[in-house]
Design a protein around this ligand. Structure first.
Ligand code: NIG
Ligand code: FE
Length: 411
């Protein structure tokens, strides 16, 4: 099947090379105005100026994109979309002034979701996650990373990862799976950290590796959760089985997680609400991507990530939604991009690059998606007619997407 898209007002993030963008490079978003694009089967085969369209032989299908912009679909490299139920009661508790510790003492937080997930069947979890995935793809997300971490027992962590595996098999989106057994200590191991570490390392990881249930390993490295030393032990066990680290770091405190993650050669360090100057210098000098999750900071009423300082120091930055029931009950990447511009002073070009090509690098799908390049999947957002690409983050909250194409098919 060949599809010709013609009269495109402009195509954005058009590239001839696949590079992770850092520092100043993030501010350049290459584009072609008054353009065409040719799609063969599921891939982008050609594109260029409408002036050169005569070289195209007759396509089987033609789409007229007059007045519309095209950009690559969002690459959301950090989510927890497999969860059971919701936690809006805690949302109200927070409005009423209860602290995180008070909510946890009432049975809230990660353990609340773990209880609900334990009671849910694999089919229920799949159906709930499928609905979320369907909504996200209509909002322009074409590739997504999904974590376990609401199981916290051998059986439930495996249940979550099997749901993610089924999502991978059934969905046309690119999906990566991350094992987050070290999300918190389950009640049974509250006073026995060594016991839970052993369970992760000796009981969960071998089955996960044996059944190829995960691509990455994650740890919530935070005061009161897992220390950098505990994270290093867990990640080294995961690495020995082929799982690369992608980590929850510096959400609430800076406790050496950045430096330990860099030593582990982590693909990414995610959250980064709380960064010291040294953390920023160290991250900028490393190959590790800093993934910012502004909607989590927003929802928890925390200071936003220091995006400007990170970019100006030369860090490679990605943006992701952190979609989860506790700290970011939305996976809308359009809002993430908007919020990054409004609250973190990222330029629209920087935010779009961070949410597409750098997000693709943060889940190692940069050869398939994340930019408009010949041979990459035809994963495209078609905007409604809008005055400029900058209008997308500017007019926050409006749905400016006309249609989404995944693997050459309009969804
Ligand atoms: O990424 N910070 C750790 N984990 C999640 C929130 C977990 C929850 O509250 O359910 C996050 O924000
Ligand atoms: Fe998270």
């Amino acid at each position: 099947m060949t599809i010709l898209i013609k009269n495109i007002a402009a195509i954005y993030n058009v590239r001839t090379e696949n590079n992770l963008l850092r520092g100043k490079e993030l501010a350049t978003l290459p584009m072609i105005e008054n353009a065409y694009m040719l799609i063969e089967d599921d891939c982008i085969s050609d594109f260029g100026s409408m002036d050169n369209i005569h070289s195209i032989t007759t396509p089987e299908n033609t789409i007229d994109a007059t007045g519309q912009f095209i950009l690559p679909t969002w690459c959301d490299s950090h989510t927890h979309i497999v969860f059971a139920g919701s936690r809006e009661n805690e949302f109200v508790d927070k409005i009423n002034g209860l602290t995180y510790a008070e909510i946890a003492a009432k049975g809230g937080g990660i353990l609340n979701s773990a209880g609900k997930l334990n009671d849910a069947t694999e089919d229920q979890l799949f159906n709930e996650a499928w609905k979320r995935l369907t909504e996200l793809s209509s909002l322009g997300t074409g590739a997504i990373e999904i974590k376990s971490g609401y199981g916290l027992t051998v059986a439930s962590e495996l249940k979550m990862l099997r749901v993610i595996k089924k999502l991978k098999e059934k969905s046309s989106l690119q999906i990566k799976a991350t094992f987050l057994g070290a999300h918190t200590y389950p009640l049974a191991y509250k006073e026995n950290h060594e016991g839970y570490l052993n369970e992760i390392i000796n009981e969960m990881l071998p089955v996960i590796a044996g059944e190829k249930l995960a691509d990455y390993i994650d740890v919530f490295c935070e005061t009161g959760f897992f220390s950098p030393e505990e994270m290093t032990r867990i990640c080294n066990a995961g690495k020995a089985l082929g799982l690369k680290p992608k980590l929850h770091i510096n959400q609430l405190n800076s406790i050496g997680g950045i430096q330990s993650s860099i030593e582990l050669n982590a693909i990414s360090v995610d959250h980064l609400e709380t960064m010291t100057d040294q953390d920023i210098v160290d991250l900028a000098a490393s190959n590790t991507i800093g993934t910012l999750l502004p909607t989590a900071a927003y929802f928890l009423r925390m200071p936003f990530q220091p995006a400007r300082k990170l970019i100006d120091a030369g860090c490679a930055i990605a943006l992701a939604s952190d979609f989860n029931p506790g700290s970011s009950p939305s996976g809308n990447m359009n809002i993430v991009v908007s919020m990054s511009c409004i609250q973190m002073k990222m330029l629209p070009e920087e935010a779009i690059n961070a949410a597409t090509i750098n997000g693709a690098f943060a889940m190692e799908v940069e050869h398939e998606t994340g930019s408009i390049m010949k041979g990459k999947k035809a994963n495209l957002i078609f905007t409604k007619p809008i005055p400029s690409i900058t209008y997308m983050p500017y007019a926050f909250g409006s749905n400016l997407i006309d249609k989404v194409m995944i693997n050459g098919m309009i969804i």
